[in-house]
Write a protein that binds this ligand. Structure first.
Ligand code: AMP
Length: 305
């Protein structure tokens, strides 16, 4: 079976990031960029996003070379690209957001090129729920699988819009603290059950360096995170996870529990590349073969008899 294309919408950003190991300024980021960098190792990607003219001309060169379709990229004349800045604590699972400037993302009206409308695997990356909803409405027919991400900002400021998007998707991928915030429940098993009542039949809760949990009607799956010696920058790991997750499902054209287990591992492998370097550096020079080899390391890590 040939891989199905994946539609990815999300933010395109210029980030300033500080971790205990160094700083990166004005580097490429954004949920759509990280997710596309990961998903394109597994399946053809159709990107939807907005940027300003301040984005370096070759910013998307590595994605183009992977065959990512950029017809859905809007570059606003005279506009400024979304800006975000974050600083990580010594415990890399904790970070402070220092700056969020929506710029062109604040007025983004996604337009789906005609050739995107029949996409069957759709990832709604982290951005305003209103925009995620518009993308869903722009599709023709019902997709095979819709996966979404969100964050604390939208849980706090756009709760109603978020509720409507949740009702219409198949999978929510969310980190542990945001799952707790969304449901007001500390226990992650209970939080996942509460989220499933909001709409998505499947929930993936990411726990940073402690791995990820998948909750479905067929049961629960737990994946470890790869123990790595070099973790420089966790930025985008969640988006890379989601890109690897949906990319794996699109490659197989399947959405059953076994395929979802494999997808959680593919997502974890993509995330492990992401955190090894700043910005998208850890993903940009990787090949599908590199990803396959890293997936094998997960097999060895969790094997027991
Ligand atoms: P993650 O580490 O998975 O939360 O993703 C980090 C990326 O998300 C960064 O590259 C940011 O540019 C982007 N980002 C941060 N805040 C927002 C936001 N409010 N909306 C959309 N994207 C964001």
């Amino acid at each position: 079976m040939t891989a199905q294309p994946v539609l990815i919408v999300g933010s395109i950003g210029i980030d300033d990031v500080e971790t205990p190991f160094g700083k990166a300024e004005r580097v490429l980021g954004g949920s759509a960029v990280y997710a596309s960098a990961a998903a394109s190792l597994l399946a053809p990607v159709r990107l939807v996003g907005v940027a300003g003219e301040d984005l370096p001309k070759d910013a998307f060169g590595f994605l183009e070379r992977r065959g990512v379709d950029l017809q859905g990229l809007q570059v606003v004349k005279g506009g400024k690209t979304f800006r975000w800045s974050g600083k990580y604590h010594f415990d890399l699972n904790a970070r402070d957001t220092l700056l969020t400037e929506l710029n062109t993302l604040g007025t983004f009206e996604p337009r789906l090129p005609a050739s995107y409308r029949d996409t069957r695997f759709v990832f709604l990356g982290n951005l305003q729920p209103r925009v995620q909803e518009q993308v869903l409405h722009g599709l023709s027919g019902r997709p095979t699988l819709t996966v979404m991400d969100t964050m604390n900002l939208w849980i706090e400021t756009a709760r109603q819009d978020l509720g409507r998007v949740l009702e219409g998707v198949d999978v929510l991928v969310i980190n542990d603290s945001e799952a707790r915030m969304l449901t007001g429940t500390h226990n992650l098993v209970r939080a996942a059950s509460a989220i499933r009542l909001l709409g998505p039949a499947n929930v993936v809760i990411k726990k940073g360096e402690h791995g990820a949990l998948l909750f479905t009607a067929q049961g629960t799956f737990s994946a470890p995170a790869l123990p790595l010696e070099d973790v420089f920058d966790p930025t985008g790991a969640g988006d890379a996870f989601a890109g690897g997750f949906i990319g794996s499902l699109a490659r197989e054209g399947k959405t059953d529990m076994e395929a979802m287990r494999r997808a959680v591992i593919a997502g974890s492998a993509a995330a492990s590349f992401c955190v090894e370097q700043f910005s998208v550096q850890g993903l940009r020079d990787r090949t599908p073969r590199d990803l396959e080899q890293r997936i094998q390391r997960f097999r060895d890590l969790a094997r027991w008899s």
